[in-house]
Design a protein around this ligand. Structure first.
Ligand SMILES: O=C([O-])C(=O)C[C@H](O)[C@@H](O)C(=O)[O-]
Ligand SMILES: [Mg+2]
Length: 421
């Protein structure tokens, strides 16, 4: 089997005004959807960031893949490395640490690698989870991801407001959590912080603890705090959080906090590439790494990350950005075959109101998604929906994620500086 043609479609999907340290989500989140065709009539699917820089890099690689065997993942990496050359070092959005050549390569590789896994599974009539070694769990548990948010976007994007309403205080977040748990059955909760002053966010966590006495809780201010603030919150929430995620910036800063608080520290910001692991291990900066196949280089490399974490006694969790069903399917196959993943994975999926894959395969029951059992990723592209979201991309007026500009519309003069507190 040989690859013949790659079709890359940028899409825009409606996204609620979710707040974070960098500001607020734009009314549309951008993704790139890959269809990788073969001479045997099979099509492999991939999904990654939709930012123009990544889209351009993907488009540069696509035509170079003609003739490649989708089982030749080393060959895939070689071609991508050669093609990117000095185009590496592109900025990736989404609060996942600094850009680097290593990360650009990993991001571009991942998008095509997942499509190749999909093709391999389709060719063999086997789900991807079996190609990764088989299921270690039938259902993958996800955590309910809570966000501070206003009720509507500013300015009005011209479509009806999302169904979640405002959540800018403890009462709003507890109500959002009740709704998340009620509709999806999540058994753990993560609060995106970096929005209110740290002690207020700690109080929101305490309110969640009262409302959900048995749910493991996480708080993630995306490196918005100083070491001193991080330690103060860490002490206040001792015994309350299952982990504190990226309270402060950098390996050294995280190590300083880790020395003074009792709960594990987790990251998807200071350890986001293999080269970050040795310095982080040396100073015991993080006790949990959030994997993310989109920027760690795909499913194979995510398994390598899992092995390194196992070796060094580091816990493994999973990060997400706003994503569609192809990504959720890939995350679920990967987690389904990765025993080291002992924490519930993150997902933004409950905020999604439109998808490019058929309904009914990826459902949250008791907070978990069953590993799809169809060949490959087990999801099919809905071409009508893809066309509609592609049209939305053309009209939406964005080609790159930017949380700062819409925040300035909400609050003129707002200062994006970090650490903020
Ligand atoms: O765990 C994280 O750091 C994230 O999920 C990063 C994302 O960019 C999130 O903060 C968001 O979507 O606003
Ligand atoms: Mg995080």
């Amino acid at each position: 089997m040989k690859l013949t043609e790659v079709v890359i479609t940028p899409i825009a999907m409606k996204d609620p005004p979710l707040r974070n340290i960098q500001g607020v989500h734009q009314p549309y989140a951008l993704r790139s959807i890959l269809q990788v065709h073969t001479d045997e009539g099979l099509t492999g699917l991939g999904e990654t960031y939709g930012d123009l820089a990544i889209l351009t890099a993907l488009r540069g690689v696509g035509p170079r893949l003609a003739g490649l065997d989708p089982f030749d993942l080393n060959g895939l990496e070689r071609i991508i490395r050669e093609t990117l050359g000095s185009a590496a070092g592109l900025a990736t959005h989404g609060l996942v640490g600094e850009a680097s050549d290593e990360k650009t390569l990993a991001t571009v590789l991942s998008a095509f690698e997942v499509a190749c896994w999909d093709l391999q599974g389709k060719a063999l009539g086997r789900p991807v989870v079996e190609l990764l070694g088989g299921k270690v769990r039938d259902r993958v548990p996800y955590s309910g991801y809570l966000f501070f948010k206003p009720a509507t976007h500013t300015p009005d994007p011209g479509y009806p407001a999302d169904a979640w309403g405002e959540a800018m205080d403890a009462e709003g977040i507890v109500a959002q959590a009740r709704r998340m748990v009620g509709s999806h059955g999540f058994k753990s909760l993560k609060l995106k912080g970096g929005v209110l002053p740290p002690q207020d966010e700690a109080d929101v966590i305490l309110a969640l603890r009262d409302a959900f006495p048995d749910h493991p809780l996480r708080l993630d201010p995306n490196a918005g705090w100083t070491v001193a603030s991080s330690v103060a919150v860490g002490k206040k929430l001792e015994g309350v959080l299952e982990y504190l995620e990226d309270p402060t910036a950098g390996i050294e800063g995280m190590a300083e906090v880790a020395r003074q608080v009792s709960m594990p520290l987790a990251t998807n910001m200071c350890v986001t590439a293999f080269s970050h692991l040795p310095p982080a291990v040396r100073v015991d900066a993080v006790q949990v790494v959030l994997s993310d196949h989109h920027f760690w280089g795909g499913l194979r490399r995510s398994r390598e990350l899992a092995a390194i974490c196992r070796t060094w006694g580091i816990g493994l969790s999973m990060h997400s950005n706003s994503h569609l069903g192809i990504s959720l399917a890939a995350m679920t196959h990967l987690a389904g075959a990765t025993p080291e993943l002992t924490y519930d994975c993150d997902t933004h999926y409950p905020y999604l109101v439109e998808d490019v894959v058929q309904a009914g395969v990826l459902e949250f029951i008791d907070g978990a998604v069953a590993v799809p059992d169809g060949p490959g990723l087990g999801v099919e592209l809905d071409l009508d929906s893809l066309g509609r979201l592609a049209e939305q991309y053309e009209k939406c007026g964005f080609d790159t994620r930017d949380d700062i500009t819409p925040m300035l519309a909400v609050q003129p003069g707002w200062d994006p500086v970090t650490p903020r507190w």
